[in-house]
Design a protein around this ligand. Structure first.
Ligand code: ADP
Ligand code: MG
Length: 686
């Protein structure tokens, strides 16, 4: 009898309390979880060789008897590292040395006189040929099968245990209930769930493994995509929205009053927004504009239109500093337009907050700018017409959705300076309309970017000094707030002291996240006003900050920051007509960090950088997918499985066209899968 998929793992023969705890560390709590603990690779024993036939550089499989196990004592060798575990193994043609570093838990895995299969790369050792960290298993393991699963492990779990438990569950693979609708399987030529699970764990050959994998990837992506589309449907995308059509509500008067002409990309985007707003359909538009492309003024124009039609327009920014900057900019932009501005952040409290909320509810405010404080439960909006989220990748889905739920089908505009590669946009924003602003205001020169090591710092400071002498301002970024004993990383507090001394004739200021909001506001205010010359900051100023007079961005320990983050930081300069510079100082750069620096030096194009970032890091890390509300995936790779993604998109649309809320019994298993997947993304709320 196979246990039910939903039964706890302890229902599996051989899994006791301790093992169940170890499994829980891998996120495996139920029998179903165990079946879906997919291998991270395979031990392919099909092509076995004799030790006598091995040579340096070959990847090989050998079957050999362990003749000695050289267990290292607890005594650490130089540098605090534990001594390696060494084995000698022999077959009838020779001897092979097997070495494991830093894997003390393997010491008891081998018994002298037993036969094992080892699979790995062969190198020439001192005494004999050697294999470093091979995959291995007992020769009699696997029941005669030659392709064995290799699982992600954790302390307290042996690979043999996992193999045994999963193999025993798979004996009744035929009984595992199908979780995809029958027509989905038929139309997309997918294999059944039993076959897929059997062959993802113990593939008989590579063709079956491919079939199994495609089916499981398809299933996971379909669950994700359908779940995201359901979320959007539930958010009233289909509901009727507001048609902003009143006379005098076009944005021409506002645009004509600007001190500059809009770029082509800005005009196009604003045109798209106006068309959406005028139509009775709810607008759901994402503006993807690279750093510095001028998104704020476009948001302002859209908000102006909503206000002209008698509605409240709200803009949410990810930090107080940014919200304040927007408020200041809006005060300038709307001077003489008779717009009543309100400001709501966590720092606005007590009587001031009460008065503001009262006025908001009574429609005495036209535009409200703030942070996530805008979605606190007691904030009630009068006639909410338009919701703008700036730098939306910084918000969870729930926060973004929370704001729009405060009105009755308000139009929604989300803005991001983090371009998203097309494949990801398809998944993330399935039915969102997208405007791309791929142009910067005229006269902007690309930022000159250089990557240097510690030796290049003096030259960087010389450059900074000459820019300061010309009346420009500079940012210096470091990863830590304070120096830490064991850390070689730079801190802003340390740098602030150093630079205050070094640039004594200039005003140097410090800002970081542990300061009080009022202090941060004062520091930023002075920098905006040009009263301070050098701003030493953590990544606090990463998004949105706009000081066109700043022309130098110096980033310490650049190896600690991701590509997207570095691009954002660099985007703080190059916002005026003067030539700007970005200097990345790296110490002990890993090959990946060096590659990141190389990409930044070679291109200024956020879209290209986004693609490269996706390749380098994979979608898990990519631009904080978690923050987009995307649950962690077990097998699908959003960067790689683009073909499946296209098929999945079509299938998800077909399913929902037929059954918009997935209420039909034939879709019940898929719906349950969606609920389970999204339960792991605590951030999302359908
Ligand atoms: P981002 O897209 O990074 O949010 P901002 O909206 O902060 O960029 O705009 C950056 C700067 O460019 C601001 O100082 C803004 O006033 C200015 N700007 C925006 N549009 C134009 C334009 N068409 N011509 C000249 N300057 C512009
Ligand atoms: Mg901005």
């Amino acid at each position: 009898m196979t246990p039910e998929l939903g039964a706890p793992v302890s229902a599996v023969k051989g899994v006791g309390g301790v093992r169940a705890e170890a499994l829980a560390r891998l996120g495996i709590r139920t029998v179903g979880d165990l079946l879906r603990h997919y291998p991270r690779g395979y031990e392919d024993r099909r092509d076995k060789r004799k030790i006598g036939d091995l040579c340096d550089g070959l990847r090989a499989v050998v079957r050999a008897t362990v003749v000695s196990v050289e267990k290292s004592g607890p005594r650490p060798v130089r540098g605090g590292r534990k001594a390696p575990l060494k084995l000698l193994a022999r077959d009838d043609t020779g001897v092979l040395e097997i070495v494991f570093f830093g894997a003390p838990y393997l010491a008891n895995a081998f018994r002298r006189g037993e036969e094992y299969v080892f699979c790995g790369a062969v190198t020439q050792g001192v005494r004999a040929l050697r294999m470093l960290h091979p995959e291995f298993s007992r020769a009699d393991e696997g029941g005669g099968r030659d392709i064995l699963p290799v699982y992600p492990l954790t302390a307290g779990l042996g690979r043999r245990d996992l193999r045994r438990w999963i193999a025993s569950l798979l004996e009744s693979a035929g009984d595992i209930p199908e979780c995809l609708p029958a027509d989905t399987i038929a139309q997309n030529r997918l294999c059944g769930i039993g076959y897929a699970l059997e062959n993802i764990h113990y593939p008989a050959d590579m063709r079956r493994l491919r079939e199994a994998k495609y089916r499981l990837v398809f299933e996971e992506l379909l669950t994700l995509q359908t779940g995201l589309l359901l979320l959007k449907n539930a958010n009233g995308r289909r509901g009727r929205g507001i048609a902003f059509r009143d006379a005098g509500a076009d944005t021409a008067r506002f645009v004509e009053g600007l001190p500059f002409a809009l770029t082509g990309a800005q005009s196009r985007t604003l045109g798209e927004i106006e068309r959406d707003m005028e139509s009775p359909r709810v607008m759901n538009r994402l503006v993807q504009g690279d750093v510095g492309s001028g998104k704020t003024v476009i948001a302002a124009a859209a908000m102006y239109k909503a206000v002209r039609c008698g509605y409240l327009a709200v803009m949410m920014a990810p930090t107080e500093t940014l919200a304040k900057q927007h408020l200041d900019e809006f005060e300038r932009l709307f001077r003489g337009h008779g717009v009543r501005l309100g400001f709501l952040t966590g720092a606005v409290r007590g009587a001031e907050r009460r008065r503001l909320l009262e006025r908001t509810e009574k429609n005495e405010i036209d535009m409200l700018i703030g942070t996530h404080a805008l979605i606190q439960p007691d904030v009630v909006y009068g006639k909410l017409g338009l919701v703008v989220t700036d730098e939306q990748h910084r918000f969870g889905v729930r926060q973004r959705v929370g704001l729009s739920k405060k009105g009755r089908d308000p139009d929604i505009l989300v803005m991001t300076a983090t371009p998203i590669p097309r494949t990801l946009a398809l998944i993330l924003y399935g039915d969102l309309d997208i405007s791309v602003m791929d142009e910067r205001p005229p006269g902007r020169r690309p930022v000159v970017t250089r990557a240097v090591d510690a030796g290049g710092r003096d030259a960087a400071y010389r450059l900074m000094r000459s820019e300061l002498a010309a009346g420009r301002q500079a940012y210096v970024i470091a990863p830590l707030i304070e120096d830490a004993d064991e850390s070689p990383l730079r801190s802003v507090t340390g740098l602030f002291e150093e630079l205050s001394a070094r640039f004594g004739e200039y005003a140097v200021a410090l800002i970081h996240g542990r300061m009080k909001q009022a202090e941060k506001d004062a520091v930023m205010g002075a920098f905006y006003a040009g009263e301070t010359d050098v701003l030493v900051s953590t990544v606090l100023i990463e998004v949105g900050v706009n000081v066109p007079n700043a022309t130098v961005m110096l980033i310490e320990n650049a190896e600690r920051f991701g590509l997207a983050q570095l691009h954002q930081l660099r985007g703080r300069v190059g916002r005026g007509s003067a030539q700007s510079h970005c200097i990345l100082v790296t110490e002990n750069a890993s090959p990946e960090a060096a590659e990141r620096a190389r990409i930044l030096v070679s291109t200024d194009d956020g879209f290209e950088i986004a693609e490269r970032d996706l390749e380098l890091r994979g979608p898990g890390e990519f631009f904080g997918l978690r923050q987009h509300g995307i649950p962690p995936l077990r097998i699908a790779n959003l960067a790689k499985h683009t073909k499946a993604l296209m098929a999945v998109k079509a299938e998800a649309e077909r399913l929902l066209a037929d059954d918009p809320l997935l209420e039909s019994p034939k879709n019940a298993a898929l719906k349950a899968g969606i609920d389970a997947l999204f339960a792991s993304a605590a951030d999302i709320g359908i």
